[in-house]
Design a protein around this ligand. Structure first.
Ligand SMILES: *Cc1c(COP(=O)(O)O)cnc(C)c1O
Length: 388
């Protein structure tokens, strides 16, 4: 773990100074870094409209900052919708991006002014037609995430191309505006070529609707999936963008509207969870294996370590002295044996680590606080501080 790969010394100082006097555990989110990632993405995709996937980090401060710099918002529920509306965001900047929603929720969103909905099923489309008449709808297609996404979203969402075509035809019959096609290649997608297959699928739906039904779609919504910087290296957003723009050019001869729905890539790198070591223990007098228990765990912020999937970079000030390091097992504070973050993964920490030392979990701005339990073992949800 090389801290300089993640933060300049100036940025790190800002976070450490802020954290020094606070009681752990908590998450610190650097809003400037979110803005930097947003600007980078808009530079790489100058023609795309960005809909921030609120679920990645629903903090009002995050929403506010992204609102100020021009983002649109993808909401997954009426609760997120309320929060976004309460932040003063016009409904024209909101997309209801969850295919799974109740009729009352569609009705509610419509009453708030939302006119853009996703669908992937007949019953859902019918309730959009009934309770959000005249709205724009886009259909989500199933795409293969390969085995290169850390959080594949395939199977649960999307339909095949035949059904996508039928849903758009039916949308028109029901008085809705068939607007386009969306997909999501899986979160933390490390292989850009997966977008090629997805874009190819979208093109098939566009062409069949145009040729067989004279329905001209406008939108390709490419979802999220861009990576945050965890322990392993990732390609730059620019490298992703260059490939993806080439796939688009190869497949679409006319101008189309592009949406992106980034979550993780915008907010992930902006967060640091500050934790403290509660206990260091061995399981036998003969066993040198160190168990390190911290005051954060799977239930209060680190749920994406389940299956040891997301490997967060971990920093502790004792790393500065180039001290000898040795293998650790990292676990959370609760009385649940699934509350172990890393047992198989080869994490090493300084051998002179002590109870009370701080551990910093880098790149924890996405899918942490919103995933924390409300009071498992009595632990409150993780507190968050936002730095301007
Ligand atoms: C979760 C989600 C996103 C965000 O995905 P990331 O991989 O975090 O960028 C975007 N769109 C939809 C529909 C989602 O469900």
């Amino acid at each position: 773990m090389n801290l300089e790969h993640y933060y300049s010394s100036q940025q790190w100082e800002k976070i450490q100074n802020f954290s020094a006097s606070k009681t752990s555990p908590f998450l610190v989110v650097d809003l400037d870094r979110i803005q930097f990632k947003y600007d980078e993405l808009t530079r790489c995709f100058p023609t795309a409209k960005i809909f921030y996937a609120v679920k990645a980090n629903p903090g009002v401060e995050v929403i506010q900052r992204l609102k100020d710099i021009g983002s649109n918002f993808d909401v997954a529920s009426v609760y997120e919708l309320d929060r976004v509306i309460a932040s003063g965001i016009a409904p024209a900047r909101i997309s209801f991006g969850n295919t799974i929603k109740k009729a009352v929720d569609v009705k509610y969103a419509y009453a708030q002014g939302v006119r853009l909905f996703v669908t992937d099923a007949h019953a859902d489309l019918e309730q959009i037609a009934a309770f959000a008449p005249g709205s724009r709808v886009f259909v989500r297609v199933l795409v293969d995430s390969g085995d290169t996404a850390e959080w594949p979203l395939s199977r649960k969402f999307g339909c095949d191309t035949d059904m996508a075509v039928q849903l758009m035809v039916k949308a028109q019959q029901l008085g809705l505006k068939p607007y386009g096609v969306s997909f999501h290649v899986g979160s933390q997608q490390k292989d850009v070529t997966v977008w090629r297959t997805a874009i190819d699928t979208v093109k098939t739906v566009f062409e069949r609707l145009e040729n067989q039904y004279q329905i001209k779609l406008e939108l390709m919504n490419m979802g999220g999936g861009f990576p945050a910087h965890y322990l392993s290296d990732i390609d730059s957003i620019q490298a992703y963008a260059d490939q993806i723009k080439m796939y688009i050019q190869q497949n679409f001869k006319r101008e189309i509207t592009l949406f992106l729905e980034p979550g993780r890539s915008l907010v992930g790198d902006a967060g640091v969870i500050v934790s403290e070591i509660v206990l260091i223990a061995n399981k036998s007098e003969k066993d040198a294996k160190r168990w390190v228990y911290t005051d954060v765990g799977v239930f209060n912020g680190l749920i994406e370590t389940l299956g040891e999937t997301t490997k967060y970079p971990i920093y502790t000030p004792k790393m500065q002295s180039q001290a000898e390091q040795s293998k650790v097992i990292l676990a959370g504070p609760t009385c649940d044996s699934t509350d172990i973050m890393y047992e198989q993964s080869p994490y090493q920490l300084p051998s002179n680590l002590a109870i009370g030392d701080r551990l910093y979990w880098l790149s924890t701005g996405a899918y942490t606080t919103s995933y924390a339990s409300v009071e498992f073992n009595g632990y409150p949800p993780l507190r968050t501080f936002y730095l301007d």
